[in-house]
Design a protein around this ligand. Sequence first.
Ligand code: SF4
Length: 285
Amino acid sequence: MPWTERQQALLQGMGLKVWSPASTAGPEASTAPATRSEAVEPPLERPAERPVSVVKTPPAPSRRAAGSPVADVAVPVVAAPSAPAGRADGPVATMDWPALRAAVAGCQACALCESRKNTVFGVGNPAAEWMIVGEAPGEQEDKQGEPFVGAAGQLLDAMLKAIGLTRSEADAAHQVFIANTLKCRPPRNRNPLPEELAQCTPYLQRQIALVQPRVLLAMGRFAIQQLLHTEEPVGRLRGKVHEHQGIPVIVTYHPAYLLRQPTEKAKAWQDLLLAVQVYRRSQGG
Ligand code: SF4
């Protein structure tokens, strides 16, 4: 079955070229203007339909699903190892949203507090059914105090839109909550240090516990390390359903990486499709 015109437009918003069999391709598929990234990307294919497998997810209630064209695929479920002992058991673990926001705003638990302009707490619906976890704030995030702004943020917005989600105001089923593993920018965008991640992790853990999303989307190496406690590369972790605190986790590439490696966008799209499938399954669908 070919993609609808609307679906094609959304995928092209991600910078993806939509593949259709010659026999079914509509005129818009063959005449759509190509972007720079499309010129080097492999054709996007739908995942093949496979037998349904069991995915461990929360009980199914009556919330609406995000609209998206998704075929059911069987995916292995990988249980996360136990979280290491840390500050998550301390006072942060019992904070409500206002207390947590204030704690982050005034945090001096690591040296990043000295060079930050703003803390980057997170944005979105505190009752969102989807939660995006990124890595560390960059220059623009530090300036604006919001995660995923600039070119990477625009790509993330396009990716979310393609599966019917938004960071803007919407109902909990369609609005995401976005947070980073680190709430302060590392100088010159260097990689986070282990001690910085260890100090900051309780804030993210508490955000996840408060949001209680149906699906967690971990974007990039450091987000994955914090949620899954593994140093396996993203490429080896993709295509499986992991778990964090009983919540299904889908891993994918960070939008900033996709901007540098646009040929990987097709894989990111497959990851999004998997996430939608897991979300629907959590609803009993
Ligand atoms: S990065 Fe996290 S732990 Fe370090 S000062 Fe900022 S909020 Fe505190």
